[in-house]
Ligand binder design. Structure first.
Ligand SMILES: Cc1cc2nc3c(=O)[nH]c(=O)nc-3n(C[C@H](O)[C@H](O)[C@H](O)COP(=O)(O)OP(=O)(O)OC[C@H]3O[C@@H](n4cnc5c(N)ncnc54)[C@H](O)[C@@H]3O)c2cc1C
Length: 377
């Protein structure tokens, strides 16, 4: 996304990718808001194969369920094809992509940034954008960037599961966080789970497969990786001199889901606006970084304590018993997770739900309340 944007703005762009193919192997579920797909543009819109108007959030132990209709529908995009099309557009705009080139060094050098690849390429650039996932942090010296890294696994099968996107919480599975079921068509679904412990991911997937596999249904694919939960990292000290991390390298992930596509799409939109205003490249990159950091950092203040199935299930039960979903109808922004809590707490039923959480788990309620107060500070 960043390469395409810079090439479009007229900069000479060279991309180094360690793999021999773009976007593979697959790891991501590909769930984003339609609003994010619109920011990314044609590569996301033309690879959108499902649109979900509703999101069902279920506590499997209590049976309580919330039906949420977000402001913008949630969609499934074919992530490997999205990456391929983004690369094609970047090339069309003039970027050059070097495959099979693993970068081993990025360092400031006399007003420029030097890079070296394992195969011996050595170059200097005015700016280097490190978009190399979690491992990209090793390339940036003198930078402390720590995120919470959960295990994530997707399993695709030819099973049927209605048309809604489901989020399921299993509070009885020790160390679990949440699971999802995303229908891809009448007879194909993605089942997935993420958790801080790999055995909790496997247990959640097995539970979902037992519910979904029927007759002659088969598992078609398995893929996954680490799902990052920030908070986002402050920019490294040499960012103003042209070393800028983005994406997972920077901890640009949404608090509840770890989704990385929205923060990077938002980053690119900010970058494009900055360049259009005539701001110089390194400053434009840094300002865009700070804009994403501020947005995400605020959201993390609220969700630090929520990233486990026990806390989530308390919130689901309290919200369901207060009849919250009718209030939230069409008012939840899928990309701004804090809007959910704020919209909720601004209503009488939301306050009732809040009091129920306070009675059940005072520490969780106070942590959320503390986060809300710090958001306004
Ligand atoms: C199971 C799972 C499900 C997910 N589901 C969603 C979802 O539904 N929606 C969503 O928005 N997000 C989701 N995410 C998160 C999302 O996939 C990431 O946030 C996103 O892919 C980050 O993009 P990135 O470009 O920063 O890093 P990556 O996608 O990791 O890409 C980094 C690239 O850099 C290359 N690279 C690494 N090191 C080097 C090097 N030294 N030299 C050259 N190249 C290098 C890698 O080969 C790779 O191609 C999910 C993640 C997982 C694991």
């Amino acid at each position: 996304m960043v390469a395409r944007e810079l090439a479009r703005a007229g900069y000479r762009v060279e991309v180094y990718e360690e793999d021999e193919a773009i976007g593979r192997p697959a790891h991501c579920t590909g769930i984003i808001s339609h609003a994010t797909a619109r920011i990314i543009g044609r590569p996301a819109l033309s690879n959108t194969d499902m649109k979900y108007e509703n999101l069902l959030i279920l506590n499997n132990s209590s049976g309580n369920q919330l039906r949420i209709t977000p402001t913008s529908p949630v969609v499934h995009v074919n992530r490997p094809r999205l990456e391929e099309d983004l690369a094609r557009e970047a090339i069309r705009e003039g970027a050059e992509i070097m495959l099979g080139e693993r970068i081993s060094l990025v360092k400031p050098l006399q007003g420029t940034v030097e890079i070296a690849s394992e195969k011996g390429v050595r170059r200097a650039y005015s700016s280097v954008i490190v978009a190399a996932g979690l491992r990209g942090r090793n390339l940036i010296g003198g930078w402390n960037c720590y995120t919470r890294n959960y295990y994530g696994l997707n399993v695709e099968c030819n099973c049927s599961a209605g048309t809604s996107l489901k989020v399921i919480v299993f509070p009885d599975i020790e160390g679990s966080y949440y699971s999802w079921v995303a229908p891809l068509g009448p007879n194909r679904i993605i089942i997935g789970a993420e958790a801080p412990r790999s055995n909790a991911v496997i247990a959640s997937i097995e539970r979902l497969l037992a519910l979904s596999l029927e007759g002659n249904s088969k598992i078609i694919a398995r893929y996954g990786g680490l799902v990052l939960h920030g908070p986002p990292c402050r920019p490294p000290s040499h960012a103003s001199r042209g070393i800028i991390p983005v994406g997972d390298t920077a901890g640009f992930n949404k608090p509840l889901t770890g989704g990385g596509l929205w923060p990077t799409a938002f980053y690119v939109r900010e970058l494009s606006n900055n360049l259009a205003r005539g701001i110089t490249l390194n400053r434009a990159l840094l300002l865009a970084y700070n804009a994403v950091w501020r947005r995400l950092h605020k959201q993390y203040l609220l969700f630090n304590r929520l990233l486990n199935s026990k806390s989530l299930s308390v919130i689901i039960d309290a919200a369901a018993s207060a009849g919250i979903d009718r209030i939230l109808e069409g008012r939840i922004d899928y990309d701004m997770h804090d809007s959910m809590l704020k919209t909720l707490l601004a209503t009488p039923r939301g306050l009732i739900a809040g009091v129920r959480v306070l009675v059940k788990t005072p520490r969780l309620a106070l942590a959320i309340l503390g986060g809300l107060v710090r958001q306004f500070w």
